[in-house]
Design a protein around this ligand. Structure first.
Ligand code: TYM
Length: 373
């Protein structure tokens, strides 16, 4: 198993990652505390898709004391977005709604240009503009959300990047990110830029993200206090598995492993029917007799983590699949219906998002403050 911001290989063992990265599992007690404040728990929290954290307890403490906190997350625009990429944005939006706090969203166009040799600057910008619409479609509060492209906002970030960059030696960056003599020097400097938004406010910063992004926060935490800021807090998710099996990561490089946010109803049906790995038995007779295995069934996993919020309904689906009453084809139909109804709404909101870009990036209350500061 190997998990870095740029590569995820092998079968992922999430409890091992907690040990390897030195993070903490999210305790029942902490979840209960969040439920008490928020009134309920987002599906991604209650089903433990978000499974690990750094200092989330301190963020909640600060909130209770009235000190507040802010949220930060991001996207590297190297292509279209798939349904795995939106998980951190959905949770960020939920935290914003429940806790009423500011959100900063970094579009790391610089990172993707220097990391992916096959992409031109123009191509990255096309993806960045399209990804921004997908992100706005999630429904953030415009007066409390700032979305920025690094290539545009760099003038306002550069001094903070220098302050941090001067503290990070090549040998420590190499140890955290696995850089080699062949790595280009722009990519070697990039981690400083991904850390900068954690310094946008002088309070704790909570970062909802996939666990692959944690190495950045480790570096930030080594130096933040010496620079007069808080150590970054994070809440980490698992990876939404690819259609082909529950142990991997849905990946942009294999188009048939993912459902894209712009997939048609027909494409969704075709991919789920053809590729979604099934935990069912080879024949209907055997399935009725022995039952299926929801834990290794991709359709069940997607419903469990993302698409079926109702606890009673998911339990019923699990039981009837396990005892053979529910067939693989029927389970897939439930998932197809859920994905298509989600995507239909998403596409409508993405159309509406075109009118909101200016507000989120330049003219909204928070955006204006950031450009003027
Ligand atoms: P990127 O664009 O690769 O991914 C965006 C976010 O999606 C998460 N992610 C996934 N989550 C669930 N299932 C998957 N299969 C899956 N694949 C990716 C990533 O962990 C990430 O949270 N360097 C970043 C961009 C960035 C950023 C940030 C991310 C800049 N600042 C602050 C998080 C927080 C990147 O390339 O992410």
């Amino acid at each position: 198993m190997e998990v870095t911001p740029w590569e995820v290989k092998g079968e992922i063992d999430y409890s091992k990652l907690i040990k390897q990265f030195g993070t903490e599992a999210i305790s029942e007690e902490l979840l209960n505390e969040i439920r008490r404040i928020a009134g309920n728990l987002h599906i991604l929290l209650k089903r433990r898709f978000f499974f690990s954290h750094r200092d989330l307890d301190k963020v909640i403490e600060d909130y209770k004391k009235g000190k507040g906190f802010f949220l930060y997350t991001g996207r590297g625009p190297s292509g279209k977005m798939h349904i795995g990429h939106i998980a951190p944005f959905l949770l960020t939006r939920w935290f914003q709604e429940k806790f009423g706090v500011n959100v900063y969203i970094q579009i790391s166009d610089d990172e993707k240009f220097v990391q992916k040799r096959e992409l031109s600057l123009e191509e990255v910008e096309v993806y960045a503009n399209d990804n921004i619409l997908d992100i706005i479609a999630i429904g953030f509060e415009p007066s409390k959300t700032f979305i920025f492209k690094n290539s545009e906002f760099i003038g306002k970030m550069y001094k903070k990047a220098l302050m941090l960059g001067r503290k990070i030696t090549f040998s420590s960056a190499k140890a955290v990110f696995g850089f080699t003599n062949e790595t280009n020097i722009s990519l070697i400097h990039y981690p400083a830029l991904q850390a900068v938004p954690t310094f946008f406010e002088k309070r704790r910063c909570l970062i909802p993200c996939g666990i692959d992004q944690d190495p950045y926060w480790r570096l930030q935490r080594d130096h933040a206090e010496a620079l007069g800021y808080y150590k970054a807090s994070a809440i980490h998710s698992k990876f939404l598995p690819p259609l082909q099996g529950v142990k991997g990561k849905m990946s942009s490089s294999n188009p048939n492993s993912a459902i894209w946010l712009d997939d048609s109803e027909k494409a969704v049906r075709m991919k789920v029917m053809k590729y979604a790995f099934s935990g069912g038995q080879p024949t209907v007779e055997e399935h009725r007799k022995y039952g299926g295995k929801p834990e290794i069934d991709v359709s069940f996993n997607w419903l469990y983590y993302l698409f079926e919020e109702d606890d009673k309904r998911i339990k019923k689906i699990e039981e009837s699949y396990r005892n053979g009453d529910l067939l693989t084809g029927e389970l897939k139909e439930i998932l197809i219906e859920k994905i298509n109804s989600f995507l239909e709404k998403h596409k409508e909101r993405k159309e509406e998002a075109k009118e909101l870009v200016k507000e989120f990036m330049y003219e909204g209350k928070l955006a204006r403050k950031m450009w003027e500061d």
